[in-house]
Design a protein around this ligand. Structure first.
Ligand code: ZN
Length: 675
């Protein structure tokens, strides 16, 4: 019986691993430039959906594209006009398009498209243009002024006087999100969430709102720009009739159409409540919507709104984000298994029992097939999402965790045979682990992170969810990652047929440690430290584990031929160490220990070893791989009958990167130049 069980488990988990992993004739790679690679993703089984589902997905997908300008404007005051000026040159310039200046400007524009603005999407540093100011000036001036994004009464020289310094002067708006300890994080950040407001003023403004005793507080500040009028702080709400109204009207237009083809009444209500929120800007409506959305378990699903707060150093303002998807029923069985056992995982976790939830509620875990990416999910996209963010809604109504498996599969396929493991992994043993178990354990870690990690444990009574301030995101991500790392090595994984054997987890351990200690540094420019919270979290965990295991040589950094490698000598001991770090990180989170969070993050998560960094950059460069990847969307086209009814939605994968960006800019751009 035991052997039989083992065999069937192995088959089952191999099926999991390979379900979306078949090699088919599909060109995943679209193009390369700067530090980026653009990929495509497939949408398996779209054709098998009902006409109603396809139509619903089509309407929701249109709604997901219409808000693109909002994010550009949120990311920086001048982004839209800079994008439009560059696009005008790109589409109309009649000068020498073979010149280095022109080519470098095109690369710059492609980066602006990718980042939804002039700052790096991940590092948040402003791009340094490789084309000259003189070229830019003469190229812009060679165009018909009517092609340029001029405000009323503005001349081309006026426009240039505004945007040229923003593009070329490295001291202006140098960072989109400044997290540097000690600085005024608001005035030194180029994002457009606060205008003429200091960090202290913003903190006081929202501090006052939060103080009211309320067990179900709205997400203060989530959907507005904080600015000053006649010396008074005021919020400009992003709603119909408020800021961003022209784009929101289009989003609502498609959402209202979507409501007419919803799969069921519940889903209809979800969409209608979102519409009401966009119309009123009432954050209570957003909570109402979020609760309905969590409870909705339809096949088709979507995200559309101001969701994540990583773009705001205070973690209050939500960047506009959208995506549509449908459930991958086969693969969802895997995460359902995890969810069904959520209480077991909570009870057996190594953290202090004071922080554990007596009952872990309402974890909806599913694997989805992405249909379209929009706003802050496009072109760079997350691979797992756990929403809503409001803590009390999560506590009372649960949260929805999703894994974007057609996206992870596209990454996996595109990376086949790229030489990465050969360069950075210690020996054939580690390469084989990655080959055999890399895809499944990667997915499993994401599932554990999203389904259980973020959902586990509670804050002690009276602890403010924002107590960790600028360190909150890093600690939260660390908590979720550690939970996943701890449990992926648990025998329960095999008992539940989630992994084929007791070695598979080693693939994830090796990848995680190598990434956290070495290879993620390839994503950072020489001389910089780590800013982004997911990256800070990974280095924090990996370097702390290295240090804790040093006396027993659990993990080592080894030199060979002048190259640095990670060697894991004792995988079981490493698991124990991950458990210890999880205990400490959870304590910090549950107690709201700001000083502890700051110490941990600043000591282990931020600083980079310069020599090692340069080594990694040099080795990575030789592989000629892009450290960051993003996606173009498929194109969806309705097929109509003679009387204008939709009879089918056709999907195609032919659109190129610049082609898609220009189409979105030309056909789905609604915000005025004097926004
Ligand atoms: Zn996370």
């Amino acid at each position: 019986m035991g052997t039989l069980l083992l065999v069937s488990c192995q088959e089952k988990s191999n099926q999991n691993a390979n379900a979306e992993n078949k090699t088919v004739d599909f060109n995943y790679s679209v193009e390369r430039f700067a530090d980026l690679e653009i990929l495509r993703y497939q949408v398996p089984r779209f054709e098998g959906l009902t006409l109603q589902q396809k139509t619903l997905l089509y309407y929701l997908s249109q709604a997901a594209i219409e808000g693109r300008d909002i994010l550009f404007d949120q990311n920086g005051k001048y982004n839209l006009r800079i994008r439009r000026t560059l696009e005008a040159v790109y589409q109309n310039y009649t000068g020498d398009t073979a010149s280095a200046d022109y080519k470098n400007m095109v690369t710059y524009l492609k980066r602006v498209w990718f980042s939804n603005g002039i700052h790096h999407h991940y590092a948040t540093d402003k791009f340094i243009p490789a084309f000259s100011q003189d070229f830019f000036t003469s190229a812009v001036k060679s165009l018909e002024p009517s092609l340029l994004p001029l405000k009323n009464g503005e001349s081309v020289d006026d426009l240039l006087a505004v945007i040229r310094p923003v593009i070329f002067n490295p001291n202006i708006d140098a960072k989109r999100v400044n997290q540097a300890d000690g600085a005024d994080l608001i005035t030194t950040s180029a994002n457009n969430y606060y205008d003429g407001v200091t960090q202290r003023e913003a903190e006081e403004f929202y501090g006052k709102l939060k103080k009211t005793a309320d067990s179900t507080p709205v997400s203060y500040g989530l959907n507005s720009r904080l600015t000053k009028e006649n010396g008074q702080l005021v919020e400009k709400i992003w709603k119909i009739g408020g800021l961003y109204s022209p784009a929101i009207e289009k989003i609502v237009f498609w959402l209202e159409k979507a409501a007419t083809v919803a799969e069921n009444d519940k889903q209809k209500q979800v969409i209608e409540t979102l519409v009401a929120y966009y119309k009123t800007g009432d954050l209570k409506k957003f909570d109402e919507y979020s609760i309905l959305w969590v409870e909705d378990n339809s096949t088709v699903d979507f995200i559309n709104g101001y969701i994540e707060t990583y773009g705001d150093p205070l973690g209050l303002k939500g960047s506009w984000e959208a995506m549509t998807n449908f459930r991958n029923t086969e693969a969802t069985r895997r995460t359902e298994t995890i969810s069904e056992n959520a209480q077991w995982f909570e009870d057996h976790s190594p953290v202090d029992s004071r922080f554990k939830k007596e009952t872990v509620q309402g974890i909806t875990a599913k694997v989805i097939t992405t249909v379209i990416l929009g706003g802050d999910s496009y072109p760079a996209t997350p691979i797992g999402i756990n929403l809503p963010n409001a803590n009390w809604i999560r506590a009372l109504h649960g949260s929805k965790s999703v894994t974007l498996e057609n996206i992870t599969s596209a990454y996996d396929q595109a990376a086949k045979g790229n030489g990465f493991a050969n360069e950075f992994y210690w020996s054939q043993r580690e390469i084989d682990l990655a080959e055999n178990y890399g895809f499944i354990t990667d997915n499993m870690h994401t599932d554990l992170h999203e389904c259980l990690g973020h959902a586990s444990c509670k804050l002690l009574p009276g602890v403010d969810r924002d107590a960790l301030k600028a360190y909150g995101s890093t600690i939260e991500e660390a908590r979720a990652d550690l939970f996943g790392l701890y449990y992926i090595a648990d025998p329960k994984m095999i008992e539940l047929c989630l992994l084929p054997n007791d070695s598979a987890y080693k693939a994830e351990y090796y990848k995680f440690m190598t990434n956290g200690l070495l290879t993620q540094l390839a994503r950072i420019e020489s001389g910089n430290n780590i800013e982004e919270s997911h990256m800070r979290n990974r280095q924090l965990i990996a370097s702390l584990a290295l240090e804790k295991g040093a006396p027993d040589k659990v993990v080592e950094l080894k030199q060979r031929d002048g190259k640095t490698y990670v060697l894991i000598n004792d995988y079981a001991k490493l698991r124990t160490i991950f458990g210890e770090i999880l205990q400490e990180v959870q304590r910090i989170r549950s107690e709201g220990d700001y000083v502890g969070a700051r110490k941990l993050v600043e000591t282990y998560g931020v600083t980079v070893n310069r020599k090692l960094h340069d080594e990694i950059l040099a080795r990575y460069k030789k592989l000629n791989l892009a450290p960051y990847k993003g996606f173009v969307n498929p194109v969806y086209e309705p097929v109509m009958d003679a009387s204008g009814n939709i009879t089918d939605i056709k999907i195609s994968y032919r659109e190129g990167y610049a082609e898609q960006m220009l189409r979105y800019s030309n056909e789905h751009s609604w915000l005025p130049n004097d926004n």
